[in-house]
Design a protein around this ligand. Structure first.
Ligand code: ATP
Length: 322
């Protein structure tokens, strides 16, 4: 029997609860004990933990957020903080730690493993989808659908008033949400951090779209696009497009919330279970992912060291279809 600690860390994403449920249920099936840590690495350092039962994870699969709560923890970025975390693990006789989070969470986990020989397994959960080693991260599909539904509503009002809308979606470093919601929402232009945005090209694309007398024009911008986001872009476009009714909408945190989609629940269930199985198989300092519909185990340090490629064919497709 192993004692496994589990925590959620960094930004929350829909499906974290489903992943937790799968960790707990699989661990119990395999005869292990699970200790739930509240508030991510902060809770680990503060010894904020308790054993979690199968009943504790009943009826949580469909809930957004995380019942364990999550936090950003600067103390864990220091060697001293990580030493405290390792000694809490030792005191509570934890054999391994399962961390559910994004690239920052895995950078921290990797250091904890390197400095203290702690066995850590990562489960990728971030709406940004920016981790190498899995086709999709937990929460991405839900965020996409939330953003798409919001864009559909914006399209209705934009159409009714013949408006030009600049819609900003989440993605500080990655344009996955912008790219796929842009296509799903039929936007006229998609601006991503992964492709250089030239203001002249934006203006001429908009002029083309507007001259085709469409009733409404939507531009989807990732927050990390080098134009500086929707508000800054609107300021730059204003002098040339003053005769149009231009509006800005920043979708913000609604993209993080909500019940996870079926796809995210299935992904979270698979990955939560795979993390425990990976531990049993003797893996250490790895992230579990799904690649081409199969479970894949990737060394943690490879998941954040490299930028995940965007599918430029989709960007091309959006240009054809606009
Ligand atoms: P998201 O992608 O949703 O923002 P994330 O896991 O990347 O999730 P971060 O805030 O970057 O979120 O990281 C979560 C926590 O992981 C941080 O608060 C910190 O405690 C720890 N962490 C992040 N980067 C490092 C690092 N370089 N060294 C040590 N710990 C780190």
């Amino acid at each position: 029997m192993k004692t496994i600690g589990v925590l959620t860390s960094g930004g929350d994403s829909p499906g974290m609860n489903a992943a937790l449920r799968a960790v707990v249920r699989t661990a119990h099936t395999l005869g292990h004990k699970v200790i739930a840590i509240r508030l991510g690495y902060k809770g680990l350092i503060d010894n904020d933990l308790k054993e979690i039962s199968g009943a504790d994870v009943s009826n949580i699969m469909q809930r957004g957020g995380t019942i364990l709560k999550t936090a950003r923890c600067d103390e864990f970025r220091t060697q001293e903080g990580r030493s405290k975390a390792a000694s809490v693990m030792k005191k509570n006789k934890m054999d391994a730690l399962i961390t559910i989070g994004g690239d920052g969470t895995f950078q921290g986990a990797s250091l904890l493993g390197k400095e203290h020989g702690v066995n850590v397994i990562g489960i990728p959960a971030t709406i940004d989808n920016d981790l190498v080693g899995t086709d999709e991260t937990i929460g991405y599909d839900t965020a996409l659908n939330t953003a798409m539904q919001a864009i559909d509503k914006i399209r209705d009002t934009a159409d009714a008033h013949d408006r030009l809308f600049l819609v900003e979606v989440m993605g500080r470093d990655a344009g996955f949400i912008a790219l796929e919601t842009g296509i799903a929402g039929g936007s006229e232009l998609i601006l991503l951090p992964e492709s250089l945005t030239k203001l002249d090209e934006v203006k001429s694309s908009l002029n083309n779209a507007l001259s085709e007398q469409k009733r409404s024009t939507l531009v989807i911008i990732a927050e990390g696009d080098e134009t500086g986001g929707a508000i800054k872009l609107a300021e730059k476009l204003k002098p040339d497009f003053s005769k149009y009714d231009m509006r800005v909408c920043i979708l913000g945190h609604i993209q993080r919330g909500g019940n996870p989609t079926a796809r995210d629940r299935v992904l979270a269930s698979r990955l939560g279970s795979a993390a425990v199985v990976a531990l049993d198989e003797g893996h250490s300092e790895v992230m579990v992912g799904v690649v081409n519909n199969r479970i894949k185990v990737t060394p943690l340090k490879m998941t954040f060291g490299k930028k995940k490629d965007i599918n430029f064919d989709l960007l091309e497709l959006s240009r054809t279809l606009r």
